[in-house]
Design a protein around this ligand. Structure first.
Ligand code: SAM
Length: 234
């Protein structure tokens, strides 16, 4: 990237949970990184397969990226955490997967030098940016995508009534901290709310539309999560 102004956000800093910590990385992969059926369903839904070119931004331990490469896609794995990248490189090497590029960078710093891609996916990563910078990230991602290309976003995104935020956040933390097998404890969700930048769906939906995406599907599994399948306007 050309020289950045001094006011530019440093998106390589770890916000909230420290994903440079190698124990955290291994724990994340053990608990979140191996839902093959979910990855297959997402590949099918987004029509990603042989010949597709895909960027996974904030790829973590590469669960989706590796499934996409196994399905024949060419995948650009991007993450700000070198520990996450190292872990994913080891997994991809063990699986003998060649069509994957690894890039140390973030939403605001990754430079896509190849041709625009068919799809960009980002899951549970965008909340690391404050809202102003989310909009910068959307514009950067739109520039990396072909006209008509797919942008998939899933994250901790709120859809409860703002006036009831205390009850909803408290109830959510109590609920998710009790879910078995996630590896997360209440303190992780408290950190998320306090130190990270999850926002409301109606804010993100305005940003997506303004960027030049059409939201084709918006799903709210609960009032704390949302998922969007968007298409870049022609
Ligand atoms: C909760 S993990 C999600 C990993 C993966 N997307 C998944 O679905 O399992 C969040 C990831 O986002 C990465 N991340 C944090 N800030 C980022 C940024 N500004 N740009 C790109 N990735 C970022 C973290 O390093 C971490 O690997």
């Amino acid at each position: 990237m050309s020289t950045l102004p001094s006011w530019y956000y440093d998106d390589r800093q770890q916000i909230g949970v420290d994903f440079e910590n190698t124990t955290q990385v291994a724990t994340y992969d053990r608990d979140q990184g191996s839902n093959t059926a979910e990855e297959q369903a997402l590949l099918h839904r987004l029509a990603i397969g042989a010949g597709s070119h895909v960027i996974d931004l904030g790829a973590g331990t590469g669960s989706f990226a590796i499934a996409a490469a196994k399905a024949g896609a060419y995948v650009y794995v991007v993450d700000v955490s070198r520990s996450m990248l190292t872990y994913t490189i080891q997994k991809a090497t063990a699986a003998h997967l060649a069509p994957i590029e690894f890039h140390h960078g973030g939403f605001l710093t990754y430079e896509h030098r190849a041709a625009p891609v068919d799809a960009i996916i980002t899951r549970f990563a965008l909340h690391h940016l404050p809202d102003f910078w989310k909009m910068v990230a959307f514009q950067r991602m739109a520039a990396m995508l072909k006209p008509g290309g797919i942008f998939y976003l899933r994250d901790t995104i709120f859809s409860f009534e703002p006036a009831a935020y205390r009850e909803h956040i408290n109830a959510w933390i109590m609920r998710v901290a009790k879910e078995p097998g996630t590896g997360f404890v209440a303190a992780d969700f408290e950190t998320h709310v306090r130190d990270e930048y999850s926002t409301y769906g109606w804010i993100l939906e305005g940003m997506l539309t303004r960027t030049g995406f059409t939201i084709e599907e918006a799903t709210y599994p609960s009032t704390e999560y949302a998922e969007y399948v968007c298409r870049k306007n022609m």
